[in-house]
Design a protein around this ligand. Sequence first.
Ligand SMILES: Nc1ncnc2c1ncn2[C@@H]1O[C@H](COP(=O)(O)OP(=O)(O)OP(=O)(O)O)[C@@H](O)[C@H]1O
Ligand SMILES: O=P(O)(O)OC[C@@]1(O)O[C@H](CO)[C@@H](O)[C@@H]1O
Length: 302
Amino acid sequence: MIVTVTYNPAVDQTIQFDEQMAPDRVMRADEAQFDAGGKGINAAQLLTAMDRPCVATGLLGGFTGSFIRETLQGDGVETAFVDVDGTTRLNTTAIAAAEEYKLNQAGPTVGESVVDSLLERVRAQSPDRVLVGGSLPPGLSPDAIDRIAGGGDWETIVDTGGDVLRELDAQYGLCKPNRTELGDATGADVSTVEGCADAADTFRERGFDRVLASLGADGAVLVGDEGRLYAEALDIDVVDTVGAGDALLSGVLSAWEAGADDETALRTGVAVSSQVVKRAGTAVPDLNDIDSLRDGVTVRRL
Ligand SMILES: Nc1ncnc2c1ncn2[C@@H]1O[C@H](COP(=O)(O)OP(=O)(O)OP(=O)(O)O)[C@@H](O)[C@H]1O
Ligand SMILES: O=P(O)(O)OC[C@@]1(O)O[C@H](CO)[C@@H](O)[C@@H]1O
């Protein structure tokens, strides 16, 4: 089973406008929605919807924290969160005339003792895999993720970016950078798919058994002991891409949990992510067609 750790959850507010953003005037939204978010939480929702045993953990506080807890419980997601004093952040995606603006808060400041409390929650579940997803709130350093990775005999998967990804120091089963994060972390030229696979290969030497690089509309690359695989994205009408990376990763993990090889896992990831980008926000989309979508994903070896 999988435990997800979200150190910095968020209520995702998605607002849609049918005109371009403009300064110095009131913009009135046509549609608005709130979802329980944060990368590990999104993954837990998707894994639960795909019938994979999963428990969502992380840090929650304030009215936004209560919203997330209630939403997950309503969706049948098992939870084991640690309460914090501050208020969980509210992140906003504004979709205006086909442009996407992502506005993420820093999150509440927390003390390092939360890592011990979280490790306790994780150990209590005896998971096979632990996914640590998203940014760190103020007060925590990359050591908070390394400590989860070194805290038990589970395989740790990490989905974080920026300096945090560069500074991780433990042994990981997988990391999932997007193209920008992969380029920033390696300094490599990631303008081509081959360049991304080369960068993923070098990144593996830093302690990651596999690297899953998400390339937006260009698809995804998975590099590991089974080889260098590239999957094209499906041709779909995109509404917003928030949570696309979490969906790709959830599809891959879901397939691995069912015993699939890397190629099938990559196909599944692309299929799940294509369903998520077709709709606004980060709520779980319709996953009934995943098997047929997966069969339509083109994969080649690089
Ligand atoms: N425009 C698109 N068309 C088709 N598929 C897409 C598109 N954008 C994203 N995807 C799918 O979603 C996957 C993940 O996308 P992306 O690389 O944008 O993730 P990300 O940057 O990690 O996203 P986030 O951080 O918001 O979760 C891609 O590998 C692809 O399968
Ligand atoms: O600020 P972070 O932690 O990097 O990303 C947080 C976030 O943007 O990622 C998810 C989509 O992947 C959203 O649910 C959430 O708001």
